[in-house]
Design a protein around this ligand. Structure first.
Ligand SMILES: NC(=O)c1ccc[n+]([C@@H]2O[C@H](COP(=O)([O-])OP(=O)(O)OC[C@H]3O[C@@H](n4cnc5c(N)ncnc54)[C@H](O)[C@@H]3O)[C@@H](O)[C@H]2O)c1
Length: 324
């Protein structure tokens, strides 16, 4: 049995508790949360022991799951790594680049398994295209959310856009050539809405819009590549592929059109979406990496690279931000 302790049982931490309870081979040892009201509710509802200090919970576990606000990630992760415990930490990896680099260094020296909670990698819509060769030349991204004070200890870049930055870095195998960005702080002192253009050396351009002050929700990535368009709807868990030739997938609708280069077939497919719970998948992947001694699906280096791009974006916005 892999012994797990959860640090932070607020909004997301409760989802983690529910999922850990369902993952075979895991023993949920207990949780640590300094907030008495939240902790009392959780102890009663989940019947899991509350630990009153982080050290004693860590000492009783093989691995920890950090779901505390971002400014506490570093202290908890550093302590756990130094005790030789495996770490799963929610995104973003840390509050500052210096902290993130230090966590990467400590992990390399310790040999523990470390995974960052970039959960969109496990979104069923994204999983449905995992066997399709991706080489996008243009990427259009929209991540829009209604305002919620939770998460506003960091900018919209580190709160929301970092999900898309991680997905894009996992797809585009090229270094970044240039970033331009602008943002507006409306409800907080940091950007709440931002538009970013990332140019890669291989010619790919990604255009990202993130907002946490929208009336409606949207989480979409559209990939345009030479022979196809792939639309991934992370919110509604749907994927759409439009190709210039008939794809292998089932569920295909095709029609012919005349073009200046002759007749072409346009084929549309909706890949089968796996019925999975993304949080359960990512936590199971972490457990399996420990048990099988394999690489974690989203490593500390992935977390650092996403943060590095996020911080470059924030620097660009720094010269550009419009405060209301
Ligand atoms: N992957 C995702 O899609 C996603 C979504 C939401 C939040 N998050 C991340 O999860 C983390 C928590 O977010 P949330 O929305 O659950 O926040 P929340 O405010 O609802 O909950 C955080 C909890 O952590 C507790 N806490 C505070 N200091 C602590 C400490 N030192 N040790 C342990 N617990 C502590 C708080 O009392 C609170 O109960 C953040 O890092 C956030 O970025 C990720």
């Amino acid at each position: 049995m892999l012994r797990i302790g959860v640090f932070g049982v607020g909004h997301l931490g409760k989802f983690h508790l529910n999922n850990w309870k369902e993952i075979p081979g895991v023993e949920l040892v207990g949780f640590y949360d300094p907030d008495d009201k939240t902790a009392n509710e959780v102890s009663e509802k989940y019947q899991i022991p509350r630990f009153s200090d982080p050290d004693s919970l860590m000492d009783d576990c093989d691995a920890i799951d950090v779901v505390a606000p971002t400014n506490f990630h570093f202290d908890l992760c550093e302590k756990a790594i130094k005790k030789g415990k495996h770490v799963f930490v929610e995104k973003p990896l840390a509050h500052t680049m210096e902290e993130a680099r230090q966590l990467v260094k400590l992990t390399a020296e310790s040999g523990i398994k470390f995974q960052v909670g970039h959960v969109e990698r496990f979104n069923p819509a994204f999983l449905s295209i995992k066997d399709i060769p991706l080489n996008p030349m243009f990427i259009e991204v929209h991540r829009l959310a209604q305002f919620n004070p939770r998460g506003t200890e960091v900018s919209v870049i580190l709160d929301l856009m970092i999900h898309d930055i991680d997905i894009i870095l996992s797809i585009v195998k090229s270094d970044i050539k240039n970033i331009s960005a602008s943002g507006v702080g409306v409800m907080t002192e940091t950007p709440d809405i931002a538009n970013v253009r990332i140019e890669f050396h291989n010619g790919c351009v990604a255009n990202l819009t993130s907002s946490r002050i929208s009336m409606k929700k949207m989480r979409k990535i559209r990939l345009f590549q030479k022979d196809s368009y792939i639309g991934i709807d992370f919110l509604n868990k749907k994927t759409e592929i439009i190709k210039l030739k008939e794809p292998q997938d089932s569920n295909v609708f095709a029609f012919d059109i005349e073009t200046p280069n002759g007749k072409k077939t346009i084929a549309m497919a909706s890949p089968v979406i796996p019925e999975v719970n993304a949080i359960k998948e990512e936590l199971t992947a972490f457990k399996n990496a420990i048990v099988n001694n394999t690489r974690t699906a989203v490593s500390e280096m992935d977390g650092l690279m996403a943060m590095d791009v996020a911080h470059q974006i924030l620097e660009k916005i720094g010269n550009n931000v419009i405060m209301q």
